[in-house]
Write a protein that binds this ligand. Structure first.
Ligand code: PEP
Length: 252
């Protein structure tokens, strides 16, 4: 397995306030300056905070992005936000197909794929989330579910597009539960995903595959040390500068 610079991405979800964000972002910018250059860091924030994040992080080595984007380019889609709008705020990343979007907004694999395409067209890097529920894992369907989620992406994107994506394996039962997947579970799924990528095109060996699901300072080092794990997507622990930076340090 090729080793890549690790990527640690914070997903703030629907948390924040202008005042609280300012403290967090300034602490992140200061802490990230002391990290080894081999670790890439980013925060994905609610849409209204993109301007604030751009202002407070533009001199730092922390990049930023959004947590979703519309499957449409522009038009009469009340309440939606286009990838081009996100890109105007200097964003580099966008999370696509997070399980909370799939679950609460009924996003299908087809919609997730369309959003990933829109992201790439807008010059954003989609972080495409895949993951099985507890019921699916217990029914022995983990690989079937993940295979369908990833195949939908690989069927719709060209190899040149797929080369630019990031995948995040996020077992739904590990998100926000405090119960991370074990290193063995993560390792086995990452190898499975890589086999699918490699079967499509050898060039897809470059694709980063992150792990997400209750990553914390105390379990990050072991998870990130797995050869197939190229970084982390961090929810809860990204809201505390100390915890997020400790995870970034564990990635060094
Ligand atoms: C996430 O929201 O992508 C996530 C992994 O959340 P948490 O770290 O809180 O489990």
């Amino acid at each position: 397995l090729e080793s890549k610079n690790k990527l640690i991405v914070g997903n703030w979800k629907m948390h924040g306030s202008l005042a609280g964000n300012a403290l967090l972002l300034n602490a992140l910018a200061a802490g990230a300056a002391k990290l080894n250059a081999s670790v890439l860091t980013a925060v994905c924030v609610p849409f209204p905070y993109l301007a604030q994040v751009q202002t407070l992080l533009q001199q730092s080595c922390v990049a930023w992005g959004a947590q979703d984007l519309s499957a449409h380019l522009a038009g009469a889609y009340t309440g939606e936000v286009a990838g081009s709008m996100v890109a105007e705020f200097g964003a580099r990343w966008v999370i696509v197909g997070h399980s909370e979007r799939r679950l609460y907004h009924q996003e299908s694999n087809e919609q997730v794929v369309l959003k990933a395409k829109r992201a790439l067209e807008a010059g954003l890097t989609p972080i495409i989330c895949v993951g099985e529920t507890l019921a699916e894992r217990e029914a022995g369907q983990t690989e079937q579910v993940l295979g369908q989620q990833l195949q939908a992406v690989l069927t719709a994107l060209t190899v040149a597009q797929a080369e630019r994506m990031v995948l995040a394996y996020e077992p739904v039962w590990a998100i926000g539960t405090g119960k991370s997947a074990t290193v063995q579970e993560v390792s086995s799924v990452h190898l499975f995903l890589r086999r699918i990528l490699a079967a499509v095109d050898a060039k897809l060996a470059h694709v980063r595959v992150l792990y997400g699901g209750s990553m914390k300072p105390d379990n990050a080092r072991a998870l990130l040390a797995e050869p197939g794990v190229d970084g982390g997507l961090v929810g809860g622990a990204s809201l505390q500068a100390g915890d997020f930076l400790a995870i970034c340090q564990a990635a060094q």
